[in-house]
Design a protein around this ligand. Structure first.
Ligand SMILES: [Zn+2]
Length: 109
């Protein structure tokens, strides 16, 4: 078996903070990721804070480096699990970015 093997993820509970994490081997590195996908703002925030991010695929977690992140792959992007440092809700892909209600402002003249 190659030392860069990748395995499908498994769902675990973090021993320290008791949150659900996805674990698996990502190209030879044992990885724990938060299960909630990031939206674009979350991906940018992760890059800025040098938090490792992964693309979740059928074969497992793929480490996203600067080259891979440019590809148009639409698979969910997950952040590395950091105990006590969960992803802010506004960075969750499940939270829609553009829900600001556009209220038509009527000019009274
Ligand atoms: Zn934890």
């Amino acid at each position: 078996m190659s030392h860069l093997h990748t395995t499908p993820v498994k769902v675990h509970t973090c021993h320290r903070c008791r949150t659900v994490v996805l674990t698996g081997w990502a190209e030879g590195l044992h990885t724990r990721a938060d299960p909630t996908p990031l939206n674009r703002a979350g991906i940018i925030a992760a890059i800025l804070t040098t938090r490792t991010i992964y693309r979740l695929t059928r074969t497992g977690l793929i480490h996203l480096d600067q080259e891979r992140i440019k590809s148009a792959n639409r698979a969910p992007v997950l952040p590395e699990h950091h105990c006590g440092n969960p992803t802010p809700t506004e960075h969750h892909a499940t939270t829609t970015d553009d829900t600001t209600e556009t209220t038509e402002e009527v000019i009274p003249f």
